[in-house]
Each structure stands twice: as structure tokens, then as C-alpha cells.
Design a protein around this ligand. Structure first.
Ligand code: 5GP
Length: 190
């Protein structure tokens, strides 16, 4: 997606050859026009997949997931990274956080995603695929089907892309990065 790549080149900060900072437009401060364009692009790509719900993980995935759900005309559910006392019957999965380098428990109230739902996973980044694996575990518990994964920024050399493809899940990455350094970003094929 050329618009996203342009904004990444303009405003993103390469913190290391592994981590890109995007907090002025994607996952802290949020550019609403960009989210709308991202949502339209994901929705167009998965339009014929019979999606009934969009799922993501708080907080970085919420804005692109909501925009996608609006364009598809379906509900969106975001999975929580902690267990609130208000949650009665949580489905849970342990995952490792790439950016915080620690394990945490994903929680989703049972019933928000139901048996037979055909679900699209949206996230801001794909690194080692741990968030994806956590979502897959929760959807298995809910007896729902994962129909695809839409990722804003994918780092192609990290394990996540292969993990998703090995599961046979259709993967669509808007801005796939082949490598990055202080000199800049090298884009990958879609
Ligand atoms: P994974 O679970 O695929 O290893 O990592 C994906 C999650 O880690 C994303 O939801 C995102 O929050 C975070 N993440 C991974 N790589 C980056 C990165 O380069 N920059 C930022 N800001 N977040 C990242």
C-alpha cells in the first residue's frame, strides 16, 4: 500500500534493524485518514472471504481493525492483555510480547466470538507470529475459523510470515519490509 509506505518513510523511525517506531501515526498517535485507507484496503482484499468478525489485540491493532470492520460492515473484537474483574468466562492464551520481551495472558470474554464465526485477524505489526498464535488458540477454544490475517507492517525476515503461511492461512501485508537500517527501509514483494 503506497500511502502507508510513504508515511512510514516520512515519519517512521528505525530504532534498530529489528524494531520500527510508528507512534506518530499508527499505534500511539493515530492518523484517522490513514486508518480509513488501511481499512478500505484490507476490506477490499478480504471482501469475498465471508468474514463475520474482525479480531485484534489491544492496543496497536485496534485502530486498523476497527477501520477494517467498518468497511466490511461486521463487528470487531479486541483481545485484552490482562484479565479484568468484569470478565466472567474468559478464554485465555499465553503469548510472548515482541516489544516488551515478556509473557502475558491474552483474555477474551467467551461468547463475543462464537462457533461458526469466520474471523479476520488484523494487527499493526507481524514479527515472530506470537500474537497470531495466541489468536489462533483463542479462536480454537471458541470453535471459530480463522479466515485470514491482514497486517499493516510485516518484517519478512522474522518468523511470523512463515508461521502463518505454514498454517495455510491467507496473509496480506500492506507494507512488507525486507530489511531496515539507519540508511532506510528496503521494501519486500507483497
Ligand atoms: P509478534 O507477535 O508477531 O512477534 O509481534 C507482533 C506484535 O508486536 C504487534 O502486535 C506489535 O504490537 C509488536 N511489534 C512487533 N514488531 C514491532 C515493531 O517493529 N515496532 C512496533 N512498534 N511494534 C512491534
Amino acid at each position: 500500500m503506497e500511502e502507508l509506505k510513504r508515511i512510514i518513510e516520512e515519519k517512521g523511525k528505525v530504532l534498530s534493524d529489528q524494531v520500527l517506531k510508528t507512534d506518530t501515526f499508527l499505534n500511539h498517535a493515530i492518523d484517522p485518514a490513514l486508518m480509513d485507507a488501511i481499512g478500505r484496503d484490507f476490506a477490499g482484499h478480504f471482501r469475498d472471504a465471508g468474514i463475520t468478525k474482525v479480531v485484534t489485540i489491544e492496543s496497536g491493532g485496534i485502530a486498523p481493525a476497527l477501520a477494517t470492520a467498518m468497511h466490511l460492515g461486521v463487528p470487531m473484537v479486541f483481545v485484552k492483555k490482562a484479565h479484568p474483574v468484569t470478565m466472567n468466562h474468559p478464554l485465555t492464551a499465553m503469548v510472548h510480547s515482541f516489544t516488551k520481551n515478556r509473557d502475558y495472558e491474552l483474555c477474551m470474554e467467551s461468547g463475543l466470538i462464537e462457533a461458526g464465526d469466520n474471523v479476520l485477524f488484523i494487527d499493526d505489526f507481524l514479527a515472530n507470529g506470537d500474537a497470531f498464535k495466541g489468536i489462533l488458540t483463542l479462536l480454537d477454544q471458541a470453535q471459530a475459523h480463522l479466515a485470514g490475517a491482514g497486517i499493516c507492517i510485516g518484517k519478512s525476515w522474522q518468523r511470523g510470515r512463515k508461521t502463518i503461511q505454514d498454517q495455510g492461512i491467507p496473509l496480506y501485508v500492506l507494507a512488507p519490509i525486507r530489511s531496515m537500517s539507519e540508511e532506510g527501509i528496503v521494501w519486500d514483494e507483497n
